[in-house]
Design a protein around this ligand. Structure first.
Ligand code: SAM
Length: 283
């Protein structure tokens, strides 16, 4: 059954006695131009797509038409009868009823997509789990090619910012370490039922084959990145020493080695400079 507008979606949900749960970030897409564009970003011949949070299945149906196979992970089992109806014609879709943060994704991807050439991820996530889920997907070393995800407009600006620019945050560096990020298109709040209080954007993260910088100790690198953005207004020497408990003289030496001024603000550092500090501290 095709549901592409507010009236159809409301009809299906009401017929099943479904009520939206704010705590699960349930704002469902009702704009029939958004789902095809999201699906297009991740689809192709031989492509398997892992979808997170199918909701009423509007995006899932588009993915089903455009890809070889779709596996969708949904936490809210109240959506079972809804998805049975909306995905009745979609024979290449499997639903896993679980919390995405508890699923063993390595095993699921290996078992479900063994006959696919490429694996992509597509999600319209609840905004409160957007960053943890994106970071989990990037850090887990999954065999995925790209991720198209709907995020709050402000999060899109931050995630896709240039490292070293004012719009960047620790998450910008983290995402950039694993992927290249770009905003595909904006989505107004009126595209959802019920409408959220914020506007959104769909971003695309294309996984890198290797990080853009050589880092000797990733844990230390990310600790330094966090420290640089935790106290954005303070100068580098104080920020890193205070947060990581490193002696000033040790850091001074590392900064000199990396050719970086100790009075610069951490948020302005490039990826290469952050890696240089981290590597100098490892020696
Ligand atoms: N994809 C649908 C759409 O675009 O209309 C629904 C998007 S809605 C913003 C988010 C969906 O994620 C809801 O169906 C919600 O139940 C589900 N969800 C929330 N937390 C989840 C979690 N931890 N794991 C899996 N699904 C989750």
């Amino acid at each position: 059954m095709k549901i592409s507008n507010k009236k159809d979606l409301k009809g299906v949900l009401e017929a099943q006695g479904f009520s939206f749960k704010k705590s699960l970030g349930q704002n469902f897409l009702i704009d029939d131009t958004v789902c095809p564009r999201m699906a297009e970003a991740v689809s192709g011949e031989g492509v398997g797509v892992l979808e997170i949070g199918p909701g009423a299945g509007v995006l899932t149906a588009q993915l089903s038409h455009a890809c070889k196979k779709v596996v969708s992970v949904e936490l809210d089992t109240r959506l079972k009868p809804v998805l049975e109806q909306t995905l009745a014609d979609c024979n290449n879709v499997k639903i896993i009823w679980n919390d995405i943060l508890k699923v063993d994704l390595k095993t699921v991807l290996a078992e479900e997509f063994c006959d696919c050439d490429t694996i992509n991820i597509c999600a319209n996530l609840p905004y409160y789990i957007t960053s943890p889920v994106i970071m989990m997907l990037l850090e887990s070393q999954l065999p995925i090619n790209k991720i198209a995800v709907m995020v709050q407009k402000e999060a899109a600006d931050r995630l896709c910012a240039e490292v070293g620019s004012r719009a960047a945050g620790a998450v910008t560096v983290a995402v950039n370490y694993y992927a290249t990020a770009k905003t595909l298109f904006g989505v107004p709040r009126s595209s959802f039922l019920p409408p959220p209080n914020v506007d959104s954007a769909v971003i695309e993260l294309t996984l890198r084959e290797a990080p853009p910088v050589d880092v000797a100790d990733e844990k230390l690198f990310f600790k330094i990145v966090k420290a640089c953005f935790a106290q954005r207004r303070k100068i580098l020497l104080n920020t890193i020493c205070n947060t990581l408990g490193i002696e000033k003289e040790v850091l001074r030496k590392a900064l000199t080695e990396a050719n970086i001024s100790e009075t610069v603000r951490g948020e302005t550092l490039t990826m290469e400079q952050l890696a240089a500090i981290s590597n100098a501290l490892c020696e």
